[in-house]
Each structure stands twice: as C-alpha cells, then as structure tokens.
Design a protein around this ligand. Sequence first.
Ligand SMILES: Cc1cc2nc3c(=O)[nH]c(=O)nc-3n(C[C@H](O)[C@H](O)[C@H](O)COP(=O)(O)OP(=O)(O)OC[C@H]3O[C@@H](n4cnc5c(N)ncnc54)[C@H](O)[C@@H]3O)c2cc1C
Length: 448
Amino acid sequence: MMQASANGSHTVCDVLVVGGGPAGSAISALLAGKGWDVHVLEKDRHPRFHIGESLLPHSLPMLDRLGVLSEVEKIGITKYGAEIVSPYHGRSRILYFSKALDGSQPSAYEVKRADFDKILIDNAIAKGVRVHEGVRAKQVEFRKNSTHLIQAEDQTGQSLTYEAKFVVDASGRDTFLSGQFGGKRRNPSHNSAAVFGHFEGVTRLPGRDEGNISIVWFDHGWWWIIPFKDGTTSVGAVCWPSYISTRKVPLEQFLRDTIALCAPVAERMAKAKLIGQAYAAANYSYRRSTMSGDGYLMVGDAFAFIDPVFSSGVHLALNSASLGADVVDAYLRKSPDYGRCLKEFERTVRVGVKTYSWFIYHFTQPAFRNLFMSDGSIFKMEEAVLSVLAGDAFGKSPTRLPLFLFKIAYYLVYLFNFRENRAAHRRRVRGVPETVTTLNDYAVHDRP
Ligand SMILES: Cc1cc2nc3c(=O)[nH]c(=O)nc-3n(C[C@H](O)[C@H](O)[C@H](O)COP(=O)(O)OP(=O)(O)OC[C@H]3O[C@@H](n4cnc5c(N)ncnc54)[C@H](O)[C@@H]3O)c2cc1C
C-alpha cells in the first residue's frame, strides 16, 4: 500500500529489505513466496558492476530452490575445481570438487555479477516483490510493539518513507544497520585490500579446466583469475596493507605494476587488455556480535565479511537469506517455531563464517602452502578441505575429524618452520590500521 504526501511518499508493507544483491533478492523472493508483501530498496540500478564472481558448488541447490538455476547456467562458465599456483614450489595443482567427501555437487559457475544479480532481482520481481531501484535507505526508527519507519531517498533527492513490520538488512559491505547501531568489529590481524579489473586476452587453462578459478600466491598476498563465458576474465590481487600503502600511481597502473610482480599471472596476461576501469575494494574483515533483534535481521555481508579467497561470500549470503526467510516468516506469523528458527539461523551463519575464517586467515602462511601443495591425502584431510572449498561448510558431511587433523598438521608444519611462518605472519599484518584509508571501496579508480 502506498500513500503519496506533499513532501514524499509513504509505503506500507510487511517486510522492507535494504539491498538488492544476492542476499536481498533471495530472502525477498522466498518471503514473497510465503505470501508476504515485500519491498526492496536498492541504491543502484541493475545490471550494475559488482565483485564476487566465483560461485561454489553447494550454492546450486539454493539457486535451484529459487528457480534460477537454468538461467544462471546460461550466463555461467562451468568450474570443476580450483587451480592453486605456487611460485614457491614452481608448480600448480588442480583441486576438483568431485573429490570432496560429498561429491554430489562436482561443479559450479563463474558469473559476471551484473548478469547474475539481475537474474536474482528479476526473479524476486516475478515472485511479487516490489523493487525500488535508485533508492537508498538512510535511517530506521524501530518502534516497540509497532511497525518500523525507514527513511530513504531516491536519486533526485526526494525523501521516501517506508513502514514495515520487519526490516532485513541485506546492504552488503555498506552494513547499513551497523552504521546506525555501531557494533561492527574489524579483525585486527586480517586487513587486506583488493585491486582488480576485467580483461580480454587472458590465457586459459586447456579443455574442461577452462572455467576453473586459478588462485596464485605471491609475496604481497594472492591473485584470482576467474574466466567468464564470453571469453573475458576477472583478474585481481588481494594484497597486504604494507604493500597497498606503497601505491604512488593511479590504480590502473598500480594493477599493471602488481601483475608484473607475479610471473605466473604476468605470463597468462602477456596479451591481456583491461576492459573499462580498474577497481579497488578495501577488503578488510569484519563481523558483528549480533545479527538480529526485535523486528530486524542481517543477512549476507551486512553481518560479516571475511575475505574472498575461498569464494564463500555469495554462498554465505544465499544460505543466510534462506534460513533468514524462515525466521522472518515465523516472526510475522507469531509462530511458536520462531525461537527455533532464529537459533538455527544464528548457529548456521556463525558455523559458516567460522569454518571459512580459519582457512582464510592461514591460507597464505608457508605452512599452509606446503600442506596444500603436497600430493596425496591421509585421514581424508584433502577430501574434507575440498568439501569446505565446495561450500559444504555447515557440517553436512563428516568433515569435523579430518579438518581437525588438518589443523593439527598445519600447526606442526608451522612449528617445524617457525621462523619462516612467523615472518610471513608479521608481513601480513604490518600496516593493518592504515589500509582502509588508503583505498576506498570500488570506483576509486584514479586516486593516487
Ligand atoms: C575483492 C572481492 C572479491 C570477492 N570475490 C568473491 C567470489 O569470487 N565469490 C564469492 O562468492 N564472493 C566473493 N566476494 C564476496 C561477495 O562480493 C559478497 O560476499 C556478496 O556479494 C554478498 O552478497 P550480499 O547480497 O550480502 O551483498 P552485496 O552483493 O554487496 O549486495 C548489497 C546490495 O545492497 C545495496 N545497498 C547498500 N547499501 C544500501 C542502502 N543504504 N540502501 C539501498 N541499497 C543499499 C548495494 O548497492 C548492493 O546492491 C568478493 C568480495 C570482494 C571484496
């Protein structure tokens, strides 16, 4: 229901979702499917550029449930695994998802997010969600035992008011509600930033491996190479703060200079041309201690962002949206299941974030590299790590014991080469407090 007034408009609905990325589109479509009147505010307009292009195999059932899998298949290139390239070992190896403990999801897709997010938002609209693009949520007034008021603004500067029984924060790394409430905690020892762009002319892996993601370690962090169906490729580096702070040149040049520092990436990009602009993301890790309250919920990056190395972001966003939809539905129906749904939502989201965090924080240590590059698997450790890589991070398969053993093996290898590992850790965290101020989030394309 919408009422126009002289100084704007007033829209009344059941659920107001802030953000029309994967988390916002998914939760709104699921809630509309349950019969609720859902409105989404999206500050941008789809299709729009976004980073986060490599999907995980275990996201596919969720995309199927949303009814978009066949469309995603049309825009995506199939990825059967991840190529890990170690200049320190002078070789690479491909980890195939089919070898995970639960081999039921042997592949995923690499997608341009402009296309992927458009499919998801169009699906929400088709399910009856009212999407307001070019509208930025600015403030929420939470009212006890009443509806909540959300103040917003469109791109012409017009003020808009939304009145909802429930508010979902799906605003991604903008962390809309954290901006209002505070409580966002940055990880003090993990604060990298990313520089990236889309390229044409990047050499691909041969045959069936063409769509695999490549992850390349280098002295200042790590690289991703993500091929797309149209022949173009996303290439980006996640770098330590101490390296980012050395930047004296415009971002595009910085990206080129950084490519030149990593031979395996430079070789594959010998004939590559940047399409459009270079981007940056101040990619520091954060989370909140709480993700819900009376009449609101945070899903996807609005609650936590770790680091992109295991391509876990969209997977965590879709999963939290799926469980979050049950929570909102139970809340609105005043169901006795509400407490159980909320507990399940919070537990699962925290387990997912925790599982990926350990791997992400240790991924660039020499001890981790040595373990990852060693062939052969004992006690099903490799299969368990592959399960996590495939998105099986919520305890579906019996990964607990093998992952525990993998961590013990890691710490033993760390101690064996203590000095080297300690030095690598120090290099990673040096300059941590400054990074966020030297690079802003994307579209800071030309600020030396
Ligand atoms: C460098 C980098 C590389 C990454 N690579 C990968 C990868 O390969 N695979 C992967 O799965 N993940 C990756 N990620 C993570 C991934 O981008 C996110 O986890 C994912 O997009 C989260 O989805 P979301 O819906 O929570 O947030 P988003 O996708 O960020 O969507 C949030 C939406 O909210 C809108 N919004 C924000 N504030 C407001 C407001 N106030 N009012 C209205 N609208 C608002 C934004 O415009 C946006 O459309 C990467 C992240 C980074 C930084």
